[in-house]
Design a protein around this ligand. Structure first.
Ligand code: C5P
Length: 216
């Protein structure tokens, strides 16, 4: 069983996908955390982020351990626990640049597919990201595209990164949407995906809806 949950930043896909995995007793993979970990590593190594070859090599060399336990998420990069560090604004601001590096995508997609394969004997996995239904796991049994309008996404993002002002937050969301519109080149519309607009739904309602679809 593979459940793909794709959507833009702040659509609530992380909490939703984690909630669905917990509800259905499945593993959980946050693919955005992998792009963030590569970004963290490239920044820590002082790489020029425009040097695509160097950044791609860093992605290939990185020892990455990512938890698939929905109740206990952590990311360890080259032995360092970066669970919190990869959420810092300095990473969020540049992660889209790393995500448009085709060689980085190739490497991370390979690793994501390995994680997905490993999870099958234990029942399956909920995978969240941008290109899961379209690229990473086109054979997913259930494909969900989660959307929400910009105000709702800002409010959710704000709850996550409490230290930013409303303006900083708006700037960050608008900038990342624009940067990620390049990423969407890699995510051609997926066949058979169910779109859920979560703007006026609670987290529980979205988790209920997806869990019901998964049981159909
Ligand atoms: O989901 P999250 O906001 O943590 O993702 C961070 C960034 O990683 C996104 O803004 C996007 O640029 C990139 N990403 C991607 N493909 C994925 C997951 C994330 O390009 N499957």
């Amino acid at each position: 069983m593979i459940i793909a949950v794709d959507g833009p930043s702040g659509s609530g896909k992380s909490s939703t996908a984690r909630g669905v995995a917990t509800r259905l007793g499945l593993r959980f993979l946050d693919t955005g955390a992998m792009y963030r970990a590569v970004t963290w590593s490239a920044v820590e190594h002082g790489l020029d982020l425009d040097d695509t070859a160097a950044v791609a090599q860093r992605a290939r060399d990185l020892r990455l351990e990512i938890s698939t336990d929905p109740g206990h998420q952590f990311v360890i990069a080259d032995g360092t626990d970066v669970t919190a560090a990869i959420r810092e604004p300095r990473i969020s601001e540049v992660v889209s640049k790393i995500a448009t590096n085709l060689e980085v995508r190739k490497e991370l997609i390979r690793r994501q597919r390995a994680v997905i394969d490993n999870a099958q004997p234990s029942g399956g996995i909920v995978v969240e990201g941008r290109d899961i239904a379209t690229v990473v796991a086109t054979d997913a049994e259930l494909k969900v595209l989660l959307t929400a309008d910009q105000e709702a996404r800002m409010a959710r993002r704000g709850a996550e990164v409490g230290s930013l002002t409303a303006e900083q937050l708006r700037d960050q969301i608008i900038r990342r949407d624009a940067d990620d519109s390049t990423v969407s080149e890699f995510q051609v519309a997926s066949d058979g995906a169910v779109t859920i607009d979560s703007t006026y739904m609670t987290l529980e309602e979205v988790i209920d809806a997806i869990s019901r679809l998964a049981k159909e």
